[in-house]
Design a protein around this ligand. Sequence first.
Ligand SMILES: [Zn+2]
Ligand SMILES: [Zn+2]
Length: 161
Amino acid sequence: MSDIIRTGGCQCGAVRYLAEGELGFPHLCHCRMCQKAAGNYFMPLAGVKWESFRLTRGEPAWFRSSGTVRRGFCEKCGTPLFYDGSSDHISVTLGSLDDPESVKPRLQTNLARKMSWFGELDRLEHDAAMDMPPEEEKKVAAGNRQHPDHDTEVWPQEEHP
Ligand SMILES: [Zn+2]
Ligand SMILES: [Zn+2]
């Protein structure tokens, strides 16, 4: 048993999971399959042994992206959640963790497909005018249907039409 418990889930909250112990091999994968599956430039992943992993709400849908790999996602909201490479562990997407700041990627893989300008991303100019003003943030919060970054007893907490 480990003291470290990490929880996470999809945006709508239909699928929630728990991982016990330190996540292994936190990395960014730049392969083309991960790009597509994430709808992003890379997929941030880290592994947990199957016996230290469990779903705490719902079931993911799976897409078999190749012979030995299937990718789990929420079929209600589409959030990419899992990578199952038919081994002794399952990988979770690091952005789906309730505390994504807590796991720092240590490696990257499949650099051949890495965006050529990836290293420039952090130097993009900040368009402060497009930041959300506090009053707008309140409006968004009032209609927010994203599951909070912690487990809940009941979800959705109210039915939305
Ligand atoms: Zn969902
Ligand atoms: Zn990949």
